[in-house]
Design a protein around this ligand. Structure first.
Ligand code: FPP
Ligand code: MG
Length: 297
């Protein structure tokens, strides 16, 4: 992973603008799930590492813009770039990372460049779907699933597909793996927002509902509440919840099995992911799914 960090750093340094380098140095590049996945499938080479760096640059760019859109002050335990340097800089740094990623991507064969660039268009549509869905209390599970596929799973799906292309393996099976892993990843993220504390998450907890995001645990919860409790839940939507109100939401989520059902949904997707690539015997793909599901942040 350090090699990928270095390639990214050098890509930005090639642009020759010191303020961009300084700001980029303040970003924590995170778990790099997409790269781990790609390298497990394709193995390490100059080419695969460069593609990982490109994917991570695009992913970081999307998070810079997402933190502006979500008005988020913290990312991965540190102040977000918009909090430290202002929203204008966060947007512009995102543009730099994103366009440099695309410039480097243009040097690769069309099959690879097309897979990743197509995914980035979908990712952008996904973010718009997320914002649109947040306008009101969403009870529609299929709208949520479509949105998380676009917002999160498509780039993970593309990383798996490109890994398979480099390794000469059947792309369609690896896309199924990446898609299901990506969907499960976002569901786990949405569960952790409710079950974990801010220190563990490295960002505030209970922020989804406050931002208008009725994620899977909330959809399951709503389905099984009484009419009176349904109204109570709706009255808390988009509010900064008190400790008592958070306690109520958590208790109801446990009582109704909403958290358990959400974990089951993520586990199911994880199993489907593993099944789709079983016959290829690629080492480590099962453990990526398992550690992603069992994570605490
Ligand atoms: C995090 O979601 C956001 C994403 C996974 C995608 C964001 C995509 C864009 C802003 C569009 C693409 C932009 C570029 C420059 C390529 P979240 O808010 O649910 O998660 P969080 O809690 O980690 O913020
Ligand atoms: Mg966000």
């Amino acid at each position: 992973m350090e090699k990928i960090d270095l390639i990214m750093k050098n890509f930005i340094a090639e642009l020759g603008y010191e303020p961009a380098n300084a700001m980029f140095a303040r970003i924590n590049s995170g778990k790099k799930l997409r790269s781990k996945l790609l390298l497990k499938i394709a193995g390490e080479s100059e080419q695969s590492l460069k593609i990982c760096a490109i994917i991570e640059l695009i992913h970081l760019a999307s998070l810079l813009h997402d933190d502006v859109i979500d008005d988020a002050d913290t990312r991965r335990g540190s102040p977000s770039i918009n909090a430290s340097f202002g929203t204008k800089n966060a947007v512009m740094l995102g543009d730099i990372l994103y366009s440099k990623g695309f410039y480097e991507l243009s040097k690769f064969p069309h099959e690879i460049a097309g897979e990743i660039s197509g995914a980035v268009s979908k990712l952008s549509v996904g973010e718009m779907m997320d914002v649109d869905l947040s306008a009101k209390f969403n009870e529609d599970k299929s709208a949520y699933e479509t949105m998380i596929y676009y917002k999160t799973a498509v780039l993970i799906e593309a990383a798996a597909a490109v890994g398979a292309m480099l390794a000469g393996l059947e792309v369609s099976n690896f896309k199924i793996y990446g898609k299901n892993l990506g969907l499960a990843f976002q569901i786990i993220d949405d569960i952790l927002d409710v079950t974990q504390d801010a220190a563990t998450l490295g960002k505030p907890n209970f922020s989804d509902f406050k931002e208008g995001k009725t994620t899977l645990p909330y959809i399951y919860l709503y389905e099984s509440l009484s009419e009176v409790d349904k109204e109570k839940l709706k009255s808390l939507f988009k509010k900064d919840l008190s400790e008592t109100e958070r306690g109520w939401v958590r208790a109801k989520m446990n009582e109704t099995g909403a958290i358990k059902k959400s974990i089951e949904a993520a586990k199911n997707l994880g199993e489907q992911a593993i099944k789709s690539v079983e016959k290829f015997n690629v080492d480590g793909l099962e453990s990526i799914v398992k550690s992603m599901i069992d994570r605490e942040f």
